[in-house]
Design a protein around this ligand. Structure first.
Ligand code: SD4
Length: 349
């Protein structure tokens, strides 16, 4: 059984309320944190990212600081897929996308950014230091360097190099639902890694290119972040949903915060994260809202939906979490003052 599986509880518990009724398993980091603070993030890499976020939330810090700190853990990890160690585009360059949004509709985004380790922090600078929301490509890199972010080596990580060399043999761009399916584990996320593409890590335990995180702080404010290398072996210049406010991430502090993972094109098509927030505004629970958005994609894609994965995770203003996916096997990580764990998510298939 993989480490990840050990964390999984079999029931798809969509609501944080239900989760609170379960046995508490971890000691509080701080006695001063109110019960409100909570962070959720996509996939098993979310466990470590949530810990990073909790370094902030557990000291009564802001949700904004927490969601930046949290996903930076994933961007830094050599065992992941999200930052500079990730798979490149089909021309052999790693290009990164990220966005961040706070409780006051402030937001910032970078896309098609190369050689910068922490795109999420550059996105935050765009939000805080420019009159703009998005910077892309060379301009985003120039801005990052001017802000003091070091320009990293353009070389691929050893694992990415191997995966790219393997991919070049066929040079076939075909997003595949996910590698866990090929291992019999269930799930995946449109990460563009098919059976012909070696897993990026030697242990094969990874194939996700993205982390999305949303959090509520002790003051009850919501924020979110999303960062990705995009789909491996994508066309040069391709952007997915992850850097797009309203698609990969949306926060409305009156209602809730949502982020997405999976095939970005299909998230963009329905302004996915914004759509989930709007469903919650109509009174739906986080899980019901994510399900309604997934069903909208299902209706649009018709029979093609069997070939894609999209998943949303949502947190409402009451601190209740929920999620829904197209394909089975999607998981998210949740952490509050009392407990941290993975949650298996219900799906359309
Ligand atoms: C994208 N949504 O670039 C991202 C991919 C993803 O785990 O979520 N991968 O379309």
């Amino acid at each position: 059984m993989s480490t990840r599986r050990k964390f999984l509880h079999s029931a798809a518990l969509g609501s944080f309320g239900l989760f609170l009724t379960k046995k508490l398993t971890a000691a509080p980091l701080s006695d001063t944190v109110t019960g409100k603070a909570v962070v959720i993030s996509t996939w098993d890499t979310g466990l470590a990212a949530n810990k990073g976020a909790w370094e902030v939330l557990g000291r009564n810090g802001s949700a904004l600081d927490a969601v930046e700190a949290g996903v930076k853990v994933t961007e830094s990890s050599i065992n992941c897929c999200v930052g500079l160690g990730a798979n490149p585009d089909r021309d052999g360059h790693v290009t990164l996308d990220a966005c961040i949004m706070d409780h006051q509709f402030n937001c910032g985004s970078v896309a098609f950014l190369e050689r910068i380790k922490h795109p999420i922090s550059v996105a935050r600078r765009v939000m805080e230091k420019t009159p703009h929301v998005m910077l892309v490509g060379e301009g985003a890199q120039q801005f990052a360097v001017a802000e003091g972010f070091p320009l990293e080596s353009p070389d691929l990580s050893d694992d990415a190099k191997k995966a790219y060399e393997q991919w070049l043999k066929k040079s076939e761009y075909k997003p595949v639902i996910n590698i866990e399916n090929t291992k019999g584990g269930g799930q995946h996320d449109g990460g563009g890694h098919g059976p012909s593409v070696p897993a990026h890590l030697p242990n094969g335990d990874w194939n996700h290119d993205t982390i999305g995180m949303v959090a509520m702080d002790a003051a009850g404010n919501l924020s979110g972040s999303c960062t990705t290398s995009g789909m491996g072996f994508k066309m040069r210049g391709r952007l997915g949903d992850s850097p797009i406010i309203g698609a990969g991430l949306f926060v409305d502090n009156e209602i809730g915060a949502v982020t997405a993972t999976g095939q970005g094109e299909d998230v963009i098509r329905i302004c996915g994260s914004h759509t989930v927030v709007e469903y919650m505004r109509q009174g739906m629970s986080p899980e019901a809202a994510c399900k309604a958005a997934v069903e909208r994609i299902v209706r649009i894609k018709k029979e093609k939906v069997k070939d894609i994965q999209v998943a949303f995770i949502a947190l409402n203003k009451k601190g209740e979490a929920g999620s829904y996916a197209i394909q089975k096997g999607f998981t998210y990580a949740i952490k509050n003052n009392n407990e941290e764990r993975m949650v298996e998510v219900k799906s359309y298939f």
